[in-house]
Design a protein around this ligand. Structure first.
Ligand code: SF4
Length: 450
């Protein structure tokens, strides 16, 4: 009996599969974006027509790289998956794969509740995902990556996972224990990015300052910075996701020593009341935090200090919150973001009562941002009349938008310049600051000699 299958030889199937357009959709943080960039780099290197797009028009195969950090992010991931399930049921999609943090954390539930997805993968299962395309993971591509940020800047992930035990955080459940990337491969990846036209790399990790403790048995972030500062053509190196406890202070000396390491640090502090810090298991006190910030500002006078705070943690009293408000007023951060506590299963804090009402969380988050507005304006007013080196990120609606070394993409201030000035996206320009608001600077091209 001639089997039907003889009409389909596998190589023909492979070719057909390789031509199917694949779209990767990324949710969540910059670390997830780097993972998606690696997925597409691997698929493309195996001649699979893969791209990264929010819009999945014309895709036969979609890979959703999910976020599972907090409630709102989880909901967005589920809504996105269901949107593609719809498309699949309408016959607009051939295959739907889901990977990333939500998939890692809730795989068995998702498999039961949304069985229309062809397969779910964890955060460390890229080879298994590639198997679905009948291709192998290419080790020779490590350090090679097609990026989706504007071509002049890129995120550079220096490690994966986290060994910290912050009681509110589910990330170690999804990303595992801390694994540093070998210094040589990080430096090589930076060189490869510069070859592609990247001028700014943003160092990211779950916990940046733990770098090297596993591989080299010592905190090696400062040494890595020294190596990266020597990469020719790398004009800006920026640090994100630093952890305050046991912070390797020599990092600030490296920042001060090298003009191509931005006078910038992102260090989520979460809170500043000692009782709350203890319940959050942050391994640091308010006094130690203040001492670290003062040290940083002495070592790097022009340092832009970005932080993130968390309000509404279980049991957070009005007095504890007031303590946090005083801290914000005293420390005068250059850049600040606020999160509302999300009660996450299997975290240490999940056994505590989520007793701060949602409207109180919202009100406290609003109060902190209101306190930050005049502080941010004051910082910006100090730049009035000065000329700053600005990296031009985009042109939009008759204006150029750029950033100083004190501003990270997507989260911090922008410099807005009239399109009458001749500028090029991806270039640095010297911009005279003519006006400021709380969160933006307005300027014009500084013509040398004028
Ligand atoms: S350091 Fe960051 S990623 Fe690690 S447990 Fe704490 S909050 Fe989570």
């Amino acid at each position: 009996m001639v089997s039907l299958w003889s009409f389909y030889d596998s190589s023909n199937l492979k070719t057909q599969r390789k031509n199917e357009p694949v779209r990767v959709v990324t949710l969540g943080c910059s670390k997830n974006l780097v993972d998606s960039e690696n997925i597409v780099t691997q698929l493309k290197a195996n001649q699979i027509n893969a791209e990264h797009e929010q819009d999945d028009a014309g895709a036969d195969v979609v890979i959703v790289n999910t976020c599972g950090f907090i409630e709102a992010a989880k909901q967005e991931s589920i809504d996105t998956i269901l949107r593609f399930v719809d498309k699949k049921q309408q016959g607009e999609l051939d295959k739907l794969y889901v990977t990333g943090c939500l998939s890692h954390r809730y795989r068995s539930d998702l498999e039961k509740e949304i069985p229309e997805v062809d397969a779910y993968f964890g955060t460390m299962e890229l080879p298994a995902l590639l198997e679905r395309f009948e291709v192998d993971y290419r080790h020779d591509l490590i350090g090679e990556r097609s990026i989706w940020t504007p071509p002049h800047y890129a995120y550079l992930k220096i490690s994966e996972g986290c060994n910290r035990t912050c009681s509110f955080c589910a990330i170690p459940l999804m990303r595992g224990q801390h694994r540093s990337k070998p210094m040589e491969s990080v430096v090589q990846e930076a060189r490869n990015l510069v070859k592609k036209g990247v001028k700014e790399v943003i160092l990211i990790a779950q916990e940046l300052t733990y770098y090297g403790l596993d591989l080299y048995k010592k905190r090696s972030l400062a040494e890595l910075l020294e190596r990266l500062a020597d990469v020719e053509g790398l004009e800006w190196i920026r640090l994100h996701y630093a952890y305050p406890s046991k912070f390797p202070r020599e990092v600030f000396n490296s920042i001060a020593r090298h003009s191509n390491i931005c006078n910038y640090i992102d260090m989520p502090l979460q809170h500043a009341d000692n009782e709350v810090l203890k319940r959050m298991r942050r391994q640091i006190t308010r006094e130690e935090t203040v001492d670290l910030i003062n040290y940083a500002r002495d070592a790097v006078p022009d340092l832009a200090f970005r932080t993130t705070l968390l309000v509404g943690f279980p049991g957070e009293t009005e007095a504890e919150f007031e303590n946090l408000c005083r801290f914000v007023e005293d420390m005068k951060f250059d850049r600040m973001g606020v999160f509302e506590y999300s009660h996450e299963e299997n975290t240490h804090a999940y056994q505590l009562a989520d007793d701060v009402a949602p409207e109180v969380k919202e009100q406290r988050s609003g109060t902190l941002m209101e306190l930050q507005k005049p502080i941010s304006l004051q910082h910006n007013e100090q730049k009035l009349g000065s000329t700053l080196k600005v990296l031009i990120d985009r042109k939009e609606g008759g204006y150029y938008y750029g950033r100083t070394e004190q501003d990270s993409p997507e989260v911090d201030n922008e410099v807005i310049i009239g399109a009458e000035d001749y500028l090029r996206v991806g270039d640095f320009a010297h911009i005279h600051i003519d006006d400021v608001t709380e969160y933006d600077l307005h300027g014009s091209l500084k013509i040398s000699g004028k």
